[in-house]
Design a protein around this ligand. Structure first.
Ligand code: FBP
Length: 266
């Protein structure tokens, strides 16, 4: 495997994945606030921003739109995913193989959800093993959406749970662990420590104010996290470029939130 920093997922050792698999995971409700966001072309355009290292989409969106953007955007193919219509135990169908992602879609990285703590964890971990080993053959970096959830987990953002999620991603071989924000810099530091050489990025979460969102990203960077994988906090804004300008400051320049907001025109 080539050094992580030489992969398209990284810019100066940092990561900003734009996630756009919400049409599958949550459904049309996520596009209501900004109706144009239902159009994948709009998000591919947004992903040409230099702050974005890769765009994470499902196979169907990649097949339909990536051929027009492959010179400007690096693709992260999400290999599994499930609709919000599914009412069973947390689980995620494998919708795309690594071979297909690499050879047909032209992916630069792959992503995989693991619901640690779910009754389906064993099968999901075995599916992850297959994907991880195939990704190594293609020299593609692997991002794990490491989201503990299931009947036994009442609070999936507890610091100890997020640290465990980061560690689980590390132990299973992920290059990047995408975890929910555990609420503080200290808690994020614990997750980063547990992740060893696996990079830790924060999952964006539901839309919040510019300041609140940037403060959480800043806490992640200050905790030694590599950056962010974000969807709604970018594409649910009327002006996604403005927040990406601010994120570029916080993530790559390690600027303060005030400086980032000023640079973005506040
Ligand atoms: P957001 O930044 O919008 O939270 O997106 C991150 C993400 O992991 C998406 O890739 C995915 O569609 C969604 O969150 C899943 O969220 P959840 O499973 O918590 O509903």
């Amino acid at each position: 495997m080539r050094p992580f920093d030489d992969t398209p997922l990284a810019r100066d050792g940092k990561v900003l994945i734009l996630a756009y698999d919400h049409g599958l995971e949550h459904g049309p409700v996520d596009f209501e606030e900004v109706p144009e966001s239902a159009n994948p072309e709009r998000v591919f355009e947004v992903a040409t921003h230099p702050a974005v290292t890769t765009l994470a989409v499902q196979k169907g969106v990649a097949e339909a739109y990536y051929p027009s953007y492959e010179d400007e955007v690096d693709l992260l193919a999400k290999l599994n995913g499930t609709s919000n219509l599914w009412m069973g135990e947390p689980d995620s169908a494998v919708n795309c193989s690594v071979e297909y992602a690499a050879e047909e879609l032209g992916a630069d990285a792959v992503g995989f959800t693991l619901y640690g703590g779910s009754n389906t964890e064993i099968e999901m971990a075995e599916e992850f093993r297959e994907a991880h080993e195939a990704a190594r053959e293609y020299d593609l970096p692997v991002v794990m959406w490491s989201y503990p959830r299931g009947q036994g987990l009442k609070n999936d953002k507890k610091p100890g749970t997020i640290a465990y999620a980061a560690r689980q991603a590390h132990e299973l071989g992920a290059d990047v662990a995408k975890v929910k924000y555990p609420g503080s810099r200290d808690a994020m530091e614990q997750a980063v420590r547990m992740a060893g050489r696996t990079k830790v990025v924060m999952s964006g979460g539901s839309k919040t104010s510019d300041r609140e969102f940037l403060e959480s990203v800043k806490a992640v960077i200050d905790a030694g996290g590599a950056g962010l994988a974000v969807g709604r906090n970018v594409f649910q804004r009327e002006n996604p470029t403005r927040i990406l300008d601010a994120l570029e400051q916080v993530i790559y320049e390690e600027a303060s939130v005030d400086t980032a907001l000023a640079a973005a025109g506040d």
